[in-house]
Design a protein around this ligand. Structure first.
Ligand SMILES: *Cc1c(COP(=O)(O)O)cnc(C)c1O
Length: 390
């Protein structure tokens, strides 16, 4: 028993330290980490550039609040803007906060244009957007909403990938469409490039804002800085978080100048958001991700993973029924229980995380070597061979 609130059904395992793609217990047992703290530790554990930055900034200045200019914020915002569709950035501390910022921007944008009745957001079934009341309402997952009525108003869901349903739901009250280019928690489904393009067209046709939630699939995970770049489509605003701080709590809402103009002084805020310590680390993460060749290597590893996962499904169709995802955000839909595969992998020293729709997720750090990747996949093949024999 601990004094913790009982919100997590945790594995009875704790780690003392981490090295790259490995987590190590106090007893010295090493685990190959394909969870990356749920897509957070993209540069692996204790990346030397991040450790050095943390130590240096930690000895200089942690927090001043947004009463004052924070040069690291201005720098990171500019770098994110230069590397993306966006012109302006708001920093918070988590994914859910980045989405909440986006929801407020969406409402304020339409309000500024004299259309305060436009507030409804169309989102998608199987989505995950966070655990605050509004982000729960956006995803509409009954499992997570149960007991928290009344739900925040203004969100509805349509089947992922169904353009006709999207069109059918649009009314004069519709303000925006919200989608994860690759659904994470919902089962690692990547949206078709054409579907994302069609959403852009629909948004332009009806004067809606297009918001991408790249909290999990963004920040290099697919082999581009943001997953939507593969589709050649840009949103009006976007949430990102998880990997942006490499393990330090940080989230951001990015927007075009047209949308960001809705926020004036006092329109939104965060006490901790974008503090000097978080910004130093966020900038250090970008130093690594934007270095020549880094994202190309992630894309290359992604292509390798693509082949190996397809091979697993081909060899063990009674265990793995489908491979999903993009780059290094991947899922295997299991025929049996996904939780059993996660448990068996852990017993062999490989850490995985489950997703909805009976999927096991593979979220290796982006710094992983192909040999380490293969090691994890060989273990999965071993498990599948045993499951088949059983
Ligand atoms: C994890 C996640 C969130 C929520 O992020 P938190 O930091 O837990 O608030 C939102 N959207 C997506 C797509 C996520 O994967």
């Amino acid at each position: 028993m601990t004094a913790l609130m009982n919100t997590y059904n945790r594995v009875d395992l704790a780690f003392e330290r981490g090295e790259g793609a490995y987590l190590i217990t106090a007893e010295g047992r090493r685990y190959l980490d394909f969870t990356s703290g749920i897509a957070v530790t993209a540069l692996g554990h204790c990346h030397p550039h991040l450790v050095k930055t943390l130590q240096e900034q930690g000895a200089k200045l942690w927090h001043t609040s947004n009463l004052f200019r924070v040069p690291g914020q201005e720098k990171l915002a500019q770098r994110l803007a230069d590397a993306s569709f966006a012109d302006a950035v708001f920093f918070g501390n988590s994914g859910a906060e980045a989405l909440e910022c986006g929801f407020k921007l969406i409402r304020k944008y339409h309000d500024d244009f004299g259309d305060p009745n436009r507030y409804k957001v169309i989102a998608f079934e199987g989505a995950f957007h966070g655990r605050t009341l509004a982000t729960l309402a956006a995803a509409g997952n009954e499992k997570y909403l149960k007991g928290y009525a009344p739900n925040v108003e203004g969100f509805e869901q349509v089947p992922f990938g169904n353009l006709n349903e999207v069109r059918a739901r649009i009314t004069p009250e519709t303000a925006a469409i919200l989608i994860e280019p690759v659904q994470g928690e919902g089962g690692m489904r990547a949206a078709d490039a054409q579907f994302l393009k069609d959403l852009r067209t629909v948004c332009d046709e009806f004067g809606l804002l297009l918001m991408f939630d790249e909290v999990q699939c963004g920040m290099g995970r697919t082999g581009k800085l943001f997953a939507h770049e593969w589709a050649g489509v840009t949103p009006d605003l976007m949430s990102t978080a998880k990997a942006i701080g490499g393990g330090f709590p940080l989230g951001a809402c990015l927007a075009t100048s047209k949308v960001a103009a809705a926020f004036g002084h006092g329109a939104h805020g965060s006490t901790f958001g974008g503090n000097p310590l978080a910004m130093a680390i966020g900038n250090a993460v970008l130093d690594v991700m934007l270095a020549p060749g880094f994202l190309d290597n992630v894309a290359k590893l992604g292509r390798h993973l693509d082949k190996r996962l397809a091979d697993l499904v081909k060899r063990f169709p009674k265990v793995f029924v489908e491979a999903r995802g993009l780059g290094l955000i991947r899922g295997l839909k299991c025929a049996g229980s996904n939780a059993d595969i996660v448990d068996q992998a852990r017993a062999k020293g490989l850490l995985l995380v489950s997703a909805a729709d009976n999927v096991v997720r593979l979220l290796p750090p982006l710094i992983i070597t192909q040999a380490e990747l293969d090691q994890g996949l060989d273990l999965l093949a071993e498990i599948a061979a045993q499951a088949k024999a059983a």
